[in-house]
Design a protein around this ligand. Structure first.
Ligand SMILES: [Zn+2]
Length: 202
C-alpha cells in the first residue's frame, strides 16, 4: 500500500541577486520497500531520515530553483537513483549546478511507478518554464511544487517566471483534477483543488 511521508527542511533560496530564508517540504512517496523523493532541498540527511531503509528509485524535481534541487546530486551519490527534471528548466538548473546534469528528462504525461502506485507528470509552466506537478490518482493527491499553494498560485515575480502562464497551467491542468484531490505543496500547508478553485476567481 503506497503512502506519503513528509518533513520540512530549512535553508535559503537565491535568484536575481537576492537570497531569502525558506522552509521547503520534503515529500517521499512509496511503500515499505521502495520510494521516490520529490525535490531535494537543503539537506541530504533530512531527506534520508524520511526515506529510512527503503530503496530510492528516483529523485524527481518539480522545478530547478536552487531550494528544490540543491542537494539532488549529493543525494544521487548516496542512493544511486536518477535525477529527473523537465528540460525546460535547464537555465535554472545550470545556475545551481553548472558542473553536473540530471539523468532523465520529464515530459508531460510520463508516469513514474513506485510502490504499487503511479505518479503522472503534469507539465505546469509559469513559476518556472519546466515546472511539473505529480498526480497520484490512486492516493488522491497531487504534488504541486511551487505551482499551486494554499492561497493561490506560486510566485512569478522573478526571472524565468510568467504570471499569465502559471494561471493558465493551473486552470487547464490542475483544476481539471477531482475536487477532493489533496494538494501537497513545495512550501507550507496542504490544500485541496476545491479550496483553491474557490479562491482563484479571476
Ligand atoms: Zn520555486
Amino acid at each position: 500500500m503506497a503512502r506519503v511521508d513528509h518533513a520540512v527542511a530549512s535553508g535559503t533560496f537565491s535568484l536575481d541577486g537576492e537570497t531569502f530564508e525558506v522552509d521547503n517540504n520534503i515529500w517521499v512517496v512509496g511503500d515499505d520497500r521502495e520510494c521516490v523523493v520529490i525535490d531535494a532541498p537543503h539537506s541530504v540527511e533530512d531527506i534520508l531520515a524520511v526515506v529510512g531503509d527503503r530503496t530510492v528509485t528516483a529523485i524527481v524535481c518539480t522545478h530547478a530553483h536552487d531550494d528544490h534541487v540543491r542537494v539532488a546530486p549529493a543525494l544521487r551519490e548516496r542512493v544511486g537513483a536518477p535525477i529527473m527534471l523537465h528540460p525546460a528548466d535547464r537555465p535554472l538548473w545550470e545556475l545551481t549546478h553548472p558542473d553536473t546534469t540530471w539523468d532523465v528528462d520529464l515530459a508531460d504525461g510520463d508516469t513514474i511507478t513506485v510502490g504499487g502506485t503511479e505518479l503522472r507528470v503534469l507539465h505546469t509552466p509559469g513559476h518556472a518554464p519546466g515546472a511539473v506537478c505529480l498526480y497520484a490518482e490512486d492516493i488522491g493527491c497531487v504534488f504541486t511544487g511551487d505551482t499551486l499553494f494554499q492561497g493561490g498560485p506560486g510566485a512569478t515575480g522573478r526571472s524565468y517566471s510568467d504570471a499569465d502562464v502559471i494561471r493558465e497551467s493551473i486552470r487547464s491542468t490542475l483544476f481539471t483534477l477531482p475536487e477532493d484531490t489533496v494538494v501537497h505543496t513545495g512550501h507550507g500547508d496542504d490544500t485541496t483543488i476545491a479550496a483553491e478553485k474557490a479562491g482563484m476567481t479571476d
